[in-house]
Design a protein around this ligand. Structure first.
Ligand SMILES: [Zn+2]
Ligand SMILES: [Zn+2]
Length: 324
């Protein structure tokens, strides 16, 4: 295990930059917002933000050396995509059924949609009518080892390109079917094998957490945000499922600033929307520590047990932003 430790100065430059114009823009954040963002300059196990730990050479960073993207290189990237009034909707296209999640597919996808809408706060997220695998006319195969049906990724992307509505900022396809990028690859996306003995909700919970991470990571790239090597962050690259599960649910301050300038939200509003999605009661009576808030019962409960740590984390962020 190796901890990637950047100095305070390096992180400061990555977040604020040394360039006058960007320093000036940064100073427009409120004092509380700056306090929150600067929590990232002092990462640690009990802090809001953590350092990245590399567990083995098969982890993303050692396996795929990439150039670090600080806030300035993101901001100045002429290829990055910025949502505007006529392109401000993220579309989600489901392909095929969600297998064992079965009867709950519609509900499950709706949770994902709501999560993305809170995460990319200020943009709207819409579902396109689901399509079957056959309708996509993509090349597919049956993997000789896993015997799973697999779709060729490139075909799926060109299918999505054709489905993209005019007002789309981007379109993302979600499927429970394995994907493969090339004939020579045995690539498996997600966890397709399900244990019979598992409760649908505990399974769906891990699945939902994982889907939320993967989905927001992929959409993050569409803004031009590259893999994060600054701090532990949902934008870290991941080479395998275990590494992907290790990523936190949300952005580090450097990536958060990248998203914030693209969409222009108040940081606290975004955290509140995420908290609300998890199911936190916004009334001042139910702050963390108040266990009643953690067990609120809904007619059709969202499987958010796996989001418990994220909920506490969001409350700590809001404590800073709202001086609670
Ligand atoms: Zn990525
Ligand atoms: Zn980051």
């Amino acid at each position: 295990m190796k901890v990637i430790q950047h100095s305070v100065e390096e992180l400061q430059t990555a977040l604020v930059s040394n360039h006058q114009d960007l320093v000036k823009d940064y100073s427009k954040y409120t004092e509380e917002e700056r306090r929150l963002l600067e929590e990232g300059l002092h990462p640690g196990p009990t802090q809001l933000f953590q350092c990245i730990t590399v567990h083995s050479d098969s982890d993303w960073i050692p396996a795929h050396p990439e150039k670090l993207q600080d806030f300035r290189s993101f901001y100045k990237d002429s290829y990055r995509k910025i949502p505007n009034a006529s392109h401000n909707t993220i579309y989600i296209q489901t392909i095929g059924s969600f297998g064992e999640a079965g009867v709950h597919t519609d509900q499950y996808v709706e949770w994902l949609r709501e999560y993305c809408q809170a995460f990319f706060y200020g943009l709207s997220v819409k579902l396109l009518p689901a399509v079957s695998v056959a309708e996509t006319r993509c090349t597919y195969r049956v993997n000789s080892i896993s015997h799973n049906l697999q779709i060729l990724t490139g075909d799926l992307l060109s299918f999505l390109g054709k489905r993209k509505p005019r007002d789309a900022f981007c379109i993302v396809g979600i499927t429970m079917i394995d994907l493969y990028p090339k004939d020579s690859w045995n690539f498996v996306f997600g966890q397709a094998s399900l244990n019979m003995g598992m409760g649908v909700f505990s399974f769906a919970s891990a699945l939902l957490l994982r889907s939320c991470k993967t989905m927001t990571h992929e959409i993050g790239h569409m803004f031009g945000i590259k893999h994060c090597q600054w701090l532990s962050c949902v934008m870290q690259g991941s080479n395998h499922l275990e590494e992907s599960d290790r990523r936190p649910l949300d952005f580090c301050p450097i990536c958060l600033r990248k998203l914030q300038v693209s969409v222009n939200f108040k940081i606290a509003d975004r955290y509140k929307a995420l908290l609300q999605w998890i199911g936190e009661d916004q009334s001042p009576a139910s702050r963390p520590g108040d266990t009643a808030a953690c067990h609120s019962v809904h007619a059709f409960p969202k499987p958010t047990e796996a989001f418990h740590a994220a909920k506490l984390w969001l409350c700590r962020c809001l404590d800073i932003l709202e001086k609670r």
